[in-house]
Design a protein around this ligand. Structure first.
Ligand SMILES: O=C(O)CCC(=O)C(=O)O
Length: 282
């Protein structure tokens, strides 16, 4: 019997002209793949406008950067509805299913803007947060969509191809490749891939990107989605997006009920459950 957590075979699956099997194959083999023109310029403009006006952001000083020259917004699904369709995009969903299996959920969401003067990050692995010995099956699949063109000078993401299968730490002096891509394009990588943001050595070019990390649904996410997004907000979301946040049946659910039903009615004690006296008197 097939394990329900096995990656889905997406060979020969074409969605909106994109060869999903090809993208999945590249991610599995070399650790990453680029999908050009994933978003239209209209989509990019709409999300960028929300990021600039509605979405609260913070400075980031981490992963080797101390300048404060990166702005970040996390917990995006609590802050705006503007990108819901991106999370639900059928091409993205099929790629993630092909890399980590169909039982997956959102791990963390980030809109970031790397400003002129930002320094380069350490090369790191996103799946290093979970202390699972290597080699292990892929359990994280990440997507980063360029809003600005990613160029060598503005710090386009550094990646070390094939390093997702390595069991030793990468030498930080290794020569990575840089993923230069046009606004609207997306790079995806497997969670074990060594990568990092580059230095933005321009005087005046920002590098805005939209990052969505997915993980297998049996792991605890990096951002506690079930708490981070208030239930009244989740109730307004499409059902598929609620599932992606972690409201999926796993094990016993909530007293044997589907978490989505509990989200609707707030009933956390199964109506079919009764004290022992009830059952003895039957
Ligand atoms: O800036 C980038 O392109 C990648 C950022 C990154 O890997 C991170 O912040 O963990």
């Amino acid at each position: 019997m097939q394990n329900p957590y096995d990656p889905v075979d997406q060979t020969n699956l074409i969605i909106d002209g994109l060869d999903i099997g090809d993208v999945v194959g590249k991610i599995r083999k070399q650790g990453y793949a680029v999908v050009e023109d994933f978003l239209t310029q209209q989509d990019v403009a709409t999300i960028r406008s929300a990021f600039n006006s509605d979405v609260p952001i913070t400075e980031m000083r981490a992963i080797g950067t101390e300048t404060g020259r990166t702005w970040r917004a996390h917990n995006l699904l609590a802050k705006t509805r503007v990108a819901d369709s991106v999370f639900l995009d059928s091409r993205l969903r099929a790629i993630v299913d092909g890399v980590i299996g169909r039982y997956n959920q959102i791990n963390i969401t980030t809109l970031f803007n790397t400003l002129p003067g930002e320094t380069k990050q350490f090369l790191h692995q996103d799946d290093g947060l979970w202390p699972i010995p290597r080699p292990h099956p892929p359990f994280l699949c990440n997507a980063l969509i360029a809003f600005d063109d990613f160029t060598q000078d503005n710090g386009a993401t550094h990646l070390v191809p094939y390093s997702h299968t390595w069991t030793r730490a990468v030498d930080q002096s290794i020569e990575p490749i840089q993923i230069e891509m046009k606004s609207g394009s997306m790079v995806l990588w497997e969670g074990g891939m060594w990568h990092g943001g580059g230095a933005n050595v321009t005087r005046d070019q920002e590098r805005m990107g939209f990052f969505i990390s997915h993980q297998v649904s049996y792991l605890r996410p990096q951002e506690i989605q079930l708490l981070a997004i208030p239930p009244q907000v989740v109730r307004q979301m499409p059902r598929k997006l609620r599932r992606l946040l972690g409201y999926h049946p796993f094990g016993i659910g909530v007293d044997g009920r589907d978490p989505l039903d509990v989200l609707e009615d707030g009933i956390v004690v199964n109506p079919d459950a009764h004290p022992a006296e009830y059952w003895r008197q039957r």
